[in-house]
Design a protein around this ligand. Sequence first.
Ligand code: NAD
Ligand code: MG
Length: 400
Amino acid sequence: MKTQSLCILGSTGSIGQSTLNVVEQNPERFKVHALSAYSRIDTLVTQAIRHAPAVVVVPTDTARQAFRQAWPSSVPCPEIRVGSQALCDTASESAVTTVMAAIVGAAGLPSALAAAKAGKRILLANKEALVAAGSLFMQMVRDNGAELLPIDSEHNAIFQCLPGSDRATAPDFPAPGVKRLLLTASGGPFRATPIEQLAHVTPEQACAHPNWSMGRKISVDSATMLNKGLEVIEAHWLFAMPPDRIHVVVHPQSVVHSMVEYTDGSVLAQLGQPDMRTPIAYGLGFPDRIESGVGLLELATLGRLDFHPPDLERFPCLALAYQALEAGQAACIALNAANEVAVEQFLQRQIGYTDIPGIISRALGHACVPQHGLPDSLDAILDLDARIRDLSASWCRSVA
Ligand code: NAD
Ligand code: MG
């Protein structure tokens, strides 16, 4: 067994912390080469003292100073790199074998692409990278022999249910004999809230997910179900599956993490506790199974599992995501960028929860989103992303 040398992008976040937790349970398998954080520098310092990385990456000189000041003089200090180019350089350097892409939002795209270009094993949590740049990202993975392992629990479940789960390297898709992918969705905190009350829900209520503990942005996305929409787009790119063969099923218990239906009528599911350490351990250990610290699934105690179709009146963001996927790459960039701005404004209490789909819808309809033609380079993608962010910010001000 060869030791993997890890670069954990976004190590202070929910996925980053769970990754380090799994690493700690399997010290013989992993060496932490690099950690990165955008805020909470004190948490980064604590992580770096514990895991002794060679490198940490922070966003600004101020953050670099804060890191150095908090660092104990008795311990050798890691090299401190600054800025987004440093994230790309670190993700692609030769000392790294495996990159955990766990930055939130399209901000994680350049470094995830850099890891693909450098042919790394990529554990992809950052779904926004695939939403904004699916075609380019997958091409980069293929062209450079990178290995892509999905960490999002639904995609990890599907990956486990697709043919050849005993393979030693991640396979190419589409997989033969597959009819449909069935993505499960919990329905979030507002699954049963009267629709007329949704206009008044607070960020605290939106972030209080019934089953999963996650960062604030993905928690709001789960409440609106735009998260499931992003995941439909993610599944399309990861598994080369057309949109009409990717279905969403609401499953409030979050125990069945997703399913694959085959042409012979067989449906394979992956089940487990709703704890991200399971898919993270799967990605870290692949093709071996390693300890994750996740407890047993006591089905007899659970008693029942429920399933029903998504309510698109309650969750208009899900329909918007299918619309974007049908419309093409530019629309997906617009969907993601408008959502990131709208969610941040909702978290800052500048707009209401029910304003979020309106902002996304305006972005999808805007003239600057080309109906044909792909933004086919990272620069073109980031340029459209920035234009949609500016517009969305002004639309948010107008509804505030
Ligand atoms: P989080 O907010 O808890 O953590 C985000 C991390 O990214 C932090 O380390 C933060 O410092 C860093 N970061 C934020 N903005 C940045 C920027 N502009 N540049 C560089 N670094 C930045 O988020 P999370 O819940 O851990 O989610 C991370 C990613 O994983 C998201 O794309 C999310 O959709 C995906 N994901 C999360 C979960 C989950 O259970 N949390 C499940 C599936 C997928
Ligand atoms: Mg998910």
